[in-house]
Design a protein around this ligand. Structure first.
Ligand code: ADP
Ligand code: ASP
Ligand code: MG
Length: 415
């Protein structure tokens, strides 16, 4: 390691130490061989002079398996206990990685989210980070250890309950820690070579985007490009954390995400997501304030469900449209009576099997929308609905054609 003075001089933000945050996702730590390979990468980063802070996900499909188990045991698993269960996945990986590093002669210590001082609100299953108090991590780093943190979890300081950040949330843990250590570089290691111009598993012509603006990357993540947790990108943008997405299996440079100036309309990528559910609330009487009340109540109870439209031709007949996972929308349906309150009449309609394909970029408008519609038409994909904003054109398409639609838009607007 470099002497501390040299590290401080090299750190433009004057943080007391130059920390490198590396996050390894589920596929990258699937099984003992891969954990040993990750240990090798971490050891190399430390040998190159970094104080390394590693965030790990649960191994392979562990989180899915734990969820399945919970639903086999209980029809409606208690949310607190579900978080107790799901957080164990990341704890397994962190301890194994510490052991593997020990075998390489690298001193390492692992911590849960709670031990790491990751403080969240009380929302089980989709908690938000409210503060990071990394004193304990700092002490261990100062002693020359590699510090390993379990991703996707924290603790509520008031209730002292363990929380999870929502599926894919380990990326957000990594960005939050990088911010807490003075805008440390945050490397997200995954099973593809970076952020692609579309999901490479569905669109073979997709290519790695070498540099991507925070805003575009955030839109991509929100619209289904699951390579990064959307909240990770938003946190990194707000705190100016430099993000890099790379493969954990090779040395290719990956994608750098930061603040990059771009002029003129520009299409960067295509995102898609299928198997979504839609909830439509139609109301009468009560007016605008009541629709607002309902919007807030749903946002508080289901932070992962997204409000996509609020149409109100007249005060008396508002219509609200949300989209989310089937699980969340079914839960909303169950709790809707309690959420809508006693005044006003709301009827909730739910549709399953919705799919969206989106063109993502900056300065988009009618011209890009026309080209996109043409590309979908040529591919024979029916268009059910369209939303236009300067950063995204979002098309609702039939669920079974969503991958075809992604390929058609990629061919028509990106290639
Ligand atoms: P990890 O377990 O490392 O967090 P994820 O499965 O969450 O990995 O994210 C990586 C996956 O995201 C890739 O395997 C890829 O199929 C998918 N993906 C979707 N859209 C994109 C995109 N635009 N660029 C790269 N990968 C994408
Ligand atoms: N293990 C969690 C999940 O599968 C968190 C993560 O991997 O980021 O969602
Ligand atoms: Mg992920």
């Amino acid at each position: 390691m470099l002497p501390r003075d040299a590290l401080e001089a090299a750190n433009p933000y004057n943080s007391p130490m130059a920390v490198l945050v590396q996050k390894y996702g589920g596929t990258s730590v699937e099984g003992p061989e891969r954990i040993r390979a990750v240990a090798g990468r971490v050891a190399a980063a430390r040998a190159a002079g970094n104080d390394v802070l590693v965030v790990v996900s649960a191994m392979g499909q562990t989180t899915d398996e734990l969820l399945r188990l919970a639903h086999e045991v209980s029809a409606n698993p208690n949310r607190r206990e579900l978080d107790m269960l799901l957080t164990t996945g990341e704890r397994v990986t962190m301890a194994l990685l510490a052991m593997a590093l020990g075998d390489l002669g690298v001193p390492a210590i692992s911590f849960t989210g709670s031990q790491s001082g990751i403080l969240t609100d009380a929302g089980h299953g989709a908690a938000r980070i409210i503060d990071v108090r990394p004193e304990r991590l700092r002490k261990e780093l100062e002693q020359g250890k590699v510090v390993i943190v379990a991703g996707f979890q924290g603790v509520n300081p008031v209730t002292r309950e363990i929380t999870t950040l929502g599926r894919g949330g380990s990326d957000t843990t990594a960005a939050a820690l990088a911010a807490a250590f003075g805008r440390a570089r945050c490397e997200i290691y995954t099973d593809v070579a970076g952020v692609f111009s579309a999901d490479p598993r569905a669109v073979p012509a997709a290519r790695v985007i070498p540099r991507l603006d925070y805003r575009v990357c955030s839109t991509l993540a929100h619209l289904g490009g699951r390579v990064l947790h959307a909240r990770c990108v938003d946190l990194a943008a707000r705190e100016r954390v430099p993000l890099v997405v790379r493969s954990s299996f090779d040395e290719s440079p990956g994608t750098e995400i930061g603040e990059f100036e771009m002029e003129g309309p520009r299409v960067e990528a295509v995102a898609h997501r299928g198997d979504c559910s839609i909830a439509i609330a139609e109301g009468s009487a009560g007016g605008r304030s009541q629709a607002r009340g309902l919007i807030e109540a749903v946002a508080d109870a289901f932070p992962e469900i997204e409000l996509v439209a609020h149409e109100q031709a007249d005060d008396a007949n508002p219509a609200l449209v949300w989209t989310g996972s089937r699980e969340d929308v079914e839960a909303l349906q169950q709790e809707f009576r309690a959420l809508r309150g006693s005044d006003g009449k709301w009827a909730l309609r739910v549709e399953h099997g919705a799919a969206y394909v989106s063109v993502v970029g900056l300065g988009l408008g009618a011209r890009e929308a026309a080209r996109a519609e043409e590309a979908l038409e040529r591919a024979g994909v029916a268009l059910i609905a369209l939303r236009v904003s300067p950063t995204a054109l979002v098309f609702r398409v039939p669920n079974e054609r969503v991958a075809d639609a992604a390929r058609a838009l990629h061919a028509g607007l990106v290639e």
